[in-house]
Design a protein around this ligand. Structure first.
Ligand code: ADP
Length: 452
């Protein structure tokens, strides 16, 4: 039976007797002479246009040079006989020589094309580690790679060089990980593969730096979150134990402990709320909010909601806006959370008996207009070195009143994520002793009837 590969190649079926090339097939009941005559006629019919062309040329020449008609007829007959009797295999051979068959591409050429299409750095090496070809990513990684030079001219990492030299039919694939400190710290994985049937190896590299950074961030986040929850929880458990044990009948102790316990429980609840808000915003980070929000109204309502807290600290909150009715596209709840966090911080960390000024103004940014909402306090301010880290999760300015004021260090991280989701911008400026200003920039939404 033929397998599929044989069929593709059109190999004759074993059921049909294979005859030597050039031999004549036996046709039942027909003599060899008749067969030759038939084939000659068929061949003449096939070449009839050639014979006709020859006849026309001959006719023209005999007309011009007045040749005797016998000579012309003899030439035409010779040509017709030639066309009918010259074996077809000769003409076929001649044609196949003239039309050159396309040569199959070299394996190295194919492999070079394949690695060029790869999105990660890849290098083709000879058995002894000479660079044969490399893609653009590999050249970027090693700052240029010269075909013909040894791989050790690109990397001196012993693990990679050992893997290249060890790779062979017995060790078809080896993966090693390594770190480099210069020019920047990066972590890489290199896989060397032996390719069956071709005289070269593939060195494939993956940059693990971003993955390691994310892993580190995730584990830091879990460690921080559990630490932040554990602290008030431990305090709560301690008080409960005391009230159940030694201070069971101590009314004074109970009155002293219960408000502290309530504060710790509130802190835990706030932490969990903030963590939930953060994960909600992160989950929707790629979706641009589409609700129409009247931003001046939202900011005024937020300031009103925080009025009792400001009164308690004897801080006056002033709102300056000439942009009543101005709209932005956004998520109402998320924007409310942003301004609650910022105004709350200004009250919390501002100067007692001081003031908080909230200003809304329009700024032109190229062809579009942007609404800038700034929240400025006259508190102690923040030293410049802390400003870039303020939006990191759980970051609290060391030595600030953040911890005693029940800060979680998540408020500004939420602000940053919400502003990013709104394709806006957050700017922070501060001067120690003079106060802090947070500015949120959001694109203005111009309703369609206003533009037309
Ligand atoms: P927290 O819950 O601690 O307030 P935030 O993320 O809102 O968390 O703020 C991070 C830190 O930034 C705070 O702990 C505080 O040290 C500092 N900070 C924020 N706002 C102000 C401000 N208006 N003035 C001074 N420091 C501030």
């Amino acid at each position: 039976m033929l397998n599929s590969y044989d069929k593709r190649l059109d190999l004759p079926s074993p059921d049909i007797p294979i005859r030597p090339a050039g031999s004549t097939p036996e046709i039942e009941g027909v003599g060899a002479g008749t067969v030759t005559a038939r084939r000659a006629v068929a061949q003449l019919a096939e070449q009839r246009w050639l014979v006709l062309l020859f006849a026309v040329i001959l006719l023209t020449l005999s007309f011009i040079y007045r040749l005797p008609w016998e000579a012309g007829a003899a030439a035409l007959l010779t040509a017709a006989a030639g066309a009918a009797l010259i074996p077809r295999t000769i003409t076929k051979q001649v044609t196949s020589k003239v039309i050159a068959e396309p040569q199959p591409p070299e394996p190295l050429h194919i492999a070079a094309l394949v690695i060029d299409a790869l999105p990660e750095p890849a290098i083709l090496l000879s058995r002894d580690g000479t660079i044969l070809s490399s893609n653009g990513k590999a050249c970027d990684l090693f700052g240029g790679l010269r075909p013909g030079s040894h791989i050790s001219s690109a990397t001196r990492t012993p693990q990679v060089l050992d893997a290249v030299m060890d790779c062979g039919p017995e060790k078809a694939q080896r993966t090693v990980t390594f770190s480099e400190r210069v020019p920047v710290e990066r972590h890489m994985a290199a896989t060397v593969s032996y390719l069956e049937g071709v005289p070269f190896r593939l060195l494939f590299l993956r940059d693990l730096t971003e993955q390691r950074r994310l892993d580190q961030l995730r584990s830091d986040f879990i460690a921080n979150a559990s630490h932040e929850i554990k602290t008030p929880l431990a305090s709560l458990l301690g008080f409960i134990e005391t009230l159940q044990g030694a201070a069971r009948h101590d009314d004074a102790a109970r009155d002293r402990f219960l408000p502290i316990m309530a504060k710790q429980a509130e802190r835990m609840a706030r932490l969990i709320d903030n963590l939930m808000s953060l994960s909600r915003v992160e989950m929707r980070a790629h979706l641009k909010p589409r609700d129409v929000v009247v931003i001046s109204e939202l900011v005024r309502h937020t300031c009103d909601a925080l009025e009792p807290m400001a009164c308690e600290a004897n801080i006056g909150v002033q709102v300056h806006s000439e942009l009543d009715g101005v709209q932005v596209l956004g998520d109402h709840d998320e924007l409310t959370q942003v301004f609650i966090n910022l105004v709350h911080n200004a009250i919390k960390y501002g100067r007692p008996d001081g003031k908080v000024v909230v200003t809304l103004e329009r700024q032109q940014s190229g062809a579009s207009s942007v609404i800038a909402i700034s929240i400025e306090d006259d508190g102690p301010g923040i030293a410049a070195q802390h400003l870039p880290r303020l939006t990191e999760r759980f970051y609290r300015v060391p030595g600030s009143a953040a911890l005693e004021k029940g800060g979680t260090g998540l408020g500004l991280a939420i602000v940053k994520h919400v502003v990013n989701r709104h394709r806006g911008e957050l700017r922070i400026s501060s001067k120690v002793g003079a106060g802090t200003k947070f500015t949120v920039l959001l694109a203005e939404h111009i309703p369609i009837q206003a533009t037309s």
